[in-house]
Write a protein that binds this ligand. Structure first.
Ligand SMILES: N[C@@H]1[C@@H](O)[C@H](O)[C@@H](COP(=O)(O)O)O[C@@H]1O
Length: 249
């Protein structure tokens, strides 16, 4: 494990759409240079314009994702992949069905897995067997969470079942009819898993992310802000719009 701290690179632009474009450029450039790449993918509202941009490039004939392998960060426990609020359904809707990805190389935790210990260990093994993640896309929760690694998650955590905090349940309730419908648990890659990606790009937009971004980039690296633990990785880029970067000094 890497024990030295690094200052993350910050790319700050004006609008959310420019931030998404910078992010999709990084991913597309890597895909064009190395089509057999392994992508780490994220859900949430923030990456939607990144996926739209990748889909557009595919439609324009300038990008193929056919050779790539992908691993998503997380999935709600208890939701089937075809449940409309599952992260699998989100990815199908925003990316997988709209590009030429090979379904056999798409990986996302199974919210209905029964032997969770075996399932989470197999997920880690599959990442390793694919040669590790070449570029991991991340968003950030307003409490600093990455994937579903809530405050208090260890730097060495691996893919596992996690409890969601009430702020996260509240924030994600906008996708559900009622807050009571939001699952209380999820399967999430760990921080240790994420830190093994060769390169990490975290996209954050909007004022609700400004404090978490400040804590992650300029605060101490500790478990109270999980994204601050990215300071242990030598190649992290935060791509921010003006609002998300507004508290950085
Ligand atoms: N597990 C996901 C995270 O991967 C994501 O970064 C976060 C922020 O989502 P949004 O981009 O919608 O603000 O939400 C969820 O909790």
């Amino acid at each position: 494990m890497n024990h030295s701290l690094h200052r993350p690179k910050v790319v700050s632009v004006n609008s959310p759409s420019e931030a998404a474009e910078k992010t999709s450029n990084m991913i597309a450039e890597m895909l064009v240079a190395t089509p057999r790449i392994t992508l780490g993918l994220a859900t949430g509202s923030t990456p939607i314009p990144v996926y739209q941009d990748l889909v557009q490039r595919h439609r324009d004939g300038t990008l193929s994702i056919a050779e790539a392998t992908s691993f998503n960060l997380d999935e709600y426990l208890g939701l089937a992949g075809d449940h409309p609020q599952s992260f699998r359904a989100f990815m199908d809707e925003h990316l997988f069905r709209l590009v030429d990805m090979n379904v056999s190389r798409i990986h996302i935790p199974d919210g209905l897995a029964t032997d969770l210990d075996a399932h989470t260990k197999a997920y880690e093994k599959a990442i390793a067997a694919a040669g590790g993640i070449d570029i991991q896309l991340l968003g950030i929760g307003s409490n600093g969470h990455i994937a579903f690694n809530e405050p208090g998650s260890s730097r060495t955590s691996r893919t596992r079942v996690v409890e969601l905090t009430s702020d996260t349940i509240q924030a994600n309730s906008r996708f559900f009819d009622r807050a009571e419908d939001v699952p209380r648990q999820a399967i999430s890659m760990g921080i240790g898993t994420i830190l093994e990606a060769k390169r990490i790009v975290l996209l954050a937009t909007g004022p609700a992310k400004a404090q978490a971004v400040k804590d992650a980039v300029q605060g101490d690296a500790n478990e109270s802000c999980p994204a601050s633990l990215l300071q242990y990785h030598p190649d992290v880029t935060f791509v921010l719009d003006a609002e998300a970067s507004s508290l950085l000094q």
